[in-house]
Design a protein around this ligand. Structure first.
Ligand code: ZN
Length: 303
């Protein structure tokens, strides 16, 4: 059975290879997030059949080249391996991405390859196909991109920030991981890189989870306390909506906007759960929510 991440990759592979700028950008993403990318050896391994079908087309369209090693039958399953070992072929690729041959050991993202928006999306798609995964939203919200180049991780995080995301980074053994935790951010990124159906599945899973959580909490907890928490959350959400409709959430300072979004996305959470999620203290969260309520008040009195 296809995993959720496998389904996302299959959807991404339906994106047609159109403009040559994007084809090169996508392959660049693949190379920086694949197993091995050196001046003498390129190796990409995958278990994803649609990606394995796409790779030779990608390389042909981008550089009119073919792999030196590739699986005879991608449908055979298991680990599918693609390799380039011919130094002249690799030199063509390295040159196109602006690598000076003598110092190509520490990779950077060459932003000149990614000047257009279309190319940035294509680059991220390639990165995800080669080094990405996303957890089934029924379990939790987690999308990650893994590279073995330190600077590539740093520059990827800057690129994502520029696109409006708030990625986090960790090092896992010799790999540099960039990840997103918020369901909306994950859905946005998937939509950007060409998997809007998967993005919709994430948002649907979230709605269902909210409904289920609501029910569980009612049956497990002291009803009076839940009542109070639900009332508080309700009026906080109303206040945030009022701000949204009047000045807009973009007018808020960063921290308040973040708090407002957390609350809107998690109406069922208690104050302490919300504080935990936002990684701030309970009193800090309380303070921010009060601030939001205050900001919404003048509007209420005016009507
Ligand atoms: Zn492009």
């Amino acid at each position: 059975m296809l995993s959720f991440a496998g389904g996302v990759k299959a959807e991404l592979c339906q994106e047609r290879l159109r403009k040559s700028c994007c084809t090169r950008a996508e392959l660049y993403g693949v190379l920086l997030f694949c197993n091995l990318f050196t001046p003498t050896h390129i190796r990409i391994t995958t278990q994803c059949v649609p990606f394995a079908q796409r790779l030779p087309r990608l390389l042909r369209k981008a550089f009119s080249l073919s792999f030196d090693v590739q699986p005879e039958d991608v449908n055979a399953g298991g680990k599918l391996k693609f390799e380039l070992t011919d130094p002249t072929k690799i030199a063509v690729i390295m040159d196109a991405y602006g690598y000076a041959r003598e110092n190509s050991l520490s990779h950077h993202i060459n932003l000149a390859v990614l000047e257009e928006d279309c190319c940035r999306a294509a680059f991220l798609r390639g990165a995800f196909l080669a080094g990405g995964s996303v957890t089934d939203p029924e379990k939790r919200y987690h999308l990650e991109l893994v590279t073995n180049h330190l600077y590539v991780q740093r520059e990827l995080m800057a690129l994502l920030q520029e696109l409006g995301f708030a990625p986090k980074g960790i090092t896992r053994s010799a790999n540099f991981v960039t990840y997103l935790k918020r369901s909306e951010a994950i859905a946005d990124l998937l939509t950007t890189i060409g998997a809007p159906l998967a993005a919709m599945e994430i948002m649907n899973a979230k709605v269902e989870k909210h409904l289920r959580n609501g029910v569980n909490r009612w049956s497990n907890c002291d009803v009076a306390n839940v009542d109070k928490a639900v009332d508080a959350a309700q009026s906080q959400i109303e206040a945030i909506r009022r701000i949204q409709e009047t000045v807009g959430l973009d007018a808020l300072p960063d921290k308040l906007r973040e708090t407002a979004l957390f609350r809107l996305e998690n109406p069922e959470l208690s104050l302490s759960q919300l504080a935990q999620l936002a990684q701030v203290s309970k009193s800090c969260m309380n303070h921010r929510l009060r601030k939001l309520m205050e900001m919404a008040r003048p509007e209420e009195e005016a009507t």
